[in-house]
Ligand binder design. Structure first.
Ligand code: NAD
Length: 306
């Protein structure tokens, strides 16, 4: 089978080598499309491929339509909102992610952002410490659980909410279950967002939740920019000069926020949560193994478009 690794933002070279060797050992042919200048280049490259490995690359209906032999797309990473699942399903294409493979990288970044904001973006101003502060975790999945465990080790008081997890799982993960999302926001000095971007979550975090946070609170978003209602965020920051916001990656209105609110806001210039060599390698190799196993035995364990 022909497998295309299509990555606008390439994997580390060592990850590409590992992916190639797993696929080639299993008898597959590997093609590489990196740093392509335009979406049309991606569309043009899929004509004869049976499998795709992508990162944040956009698998649109056009990509699916241009790939008549395509059987499987594996998103090397957790979020898969860059893949048009309906178009893939309609064409009988299996879509998978590689859950858990980059979670540690994202969790470390979330904690790094907390400390960075607590220390006024590493300027000499008097900052604060995160020990003893209340951390709320919105969605207790792979990343959320790791953030909780690491934050506890740093002396934070950790609460969490996840509508798809029973309280026992949150307690087993070392966090206090919050009674509601509203209670979590209202009772957290730091609130770390780990929900996926879905039709239900997009734009779901707005003025009411943000403005309900306690004095001096910081909202940390390493999930997706789309889950934030940006007008609501700006309004809350304007009315509450004590609130802060840090994100991976920048909201659309970042320049305006930065101009108006200065060091109270921060965003990474490019999404970098999973951008560590370890995460690159883990997610890339997992994607290759999942493709090998899919073609060898029909294994669809990590399918997300059932
Ligand atoms: P995960 O699938 O392990 O966990 C997601 C959790 O969200 C699950 O526990 C699920 O129950 C919960 N959830 C699902 N729908 C929800 C909803 N409507 N409201 C509240 N909770 C909901 O995913 P993860 O690995 O923890 O990653 C979480 C998100 O972080 C991803 O979807 C992705 O968007 C983002 N992410 C960002 C980066 C980055 O580079 N910044 C990297 C990895 C993941």
């Amino acid at each position: 089978m022909k497998v295309l690794i299509a990555t606008q933002k390439p994997f580390a070279a060592v990850a590409v080598e590992g992916i190639k060797s797993i696929l080639e050992e299993a008898g597959h042919e590997v093609a590489l499309l990196e740093k392509y200048p335009a979406q049309e280049d991606f569309v043009a490259a899929v004509a004869d491929v049976e499998a795709l490995i992508i990162r944040s690359d956009k698998v649109t209906p056009e990509v699916i339509a241009a790939a008549p032999k395509l059987k499987i797309v594996v998103r090397a990473g957790a979020g898969f909102d860059n893949v048009d699942l309906a178009a893939a399903s309609a064409a009988g294409v299996v879509v998978m992610n590689t859950p858990g493979q980059n979670s540690n990288a994202v969790a470390e970044l979330a904690l790094g952002l907390m400390i960075f904001m607590a220390r006024t973006q590493f300027t000499p101003a008097t900052g604060s410490e995160i020990e003893g502060k209340r951390l709320g975790i919105q969605a207790f999945g792979n990343v959320g659980r790791l953030v909780g465990a690491k934050a506890k080790a740093l002396g934070m008081k950790v609460s969490a909410i996840d509508p798809f997890l029973p309280d026992e799982k949150i307690i087993a993960g070392g966090a206090e279950p919050a009674s509601s999302l509203e209670a979590l926001y209202a009772g957290s000095d730091y609130l770390s967002i780990h929900i996926p971007a879905t039709p239900e979550t997009i734009g779901s975090i707005g003025y009411d939740l943000i403005a309900s946070m306690p004095k001096g609170a910081t909202l940390i978003n390493t999930a997706r920019k789309e889950v934030i209602d940006e007008a609501g965020l700006a309004k809350a920051l304007r009315e509450r000069p004590d609130l802060k916001y840090a994100a991976d990656v920048a909201p659309d209105c970042y320049e305006a926020l930065r101009e108006e609110f200065g060091l109270r806001v921060f965003a990474t210039p490019k999404k970098m949560g999973a951008q560590t060599s370890e995460a690159n390698i883990n997610a890339g190799l997992a994607a290759a193994r999942q493709i090998v196993s899919f073609f060898a035995t029909g294994d669809t364990r990590f399918q997300v478009n059932r």
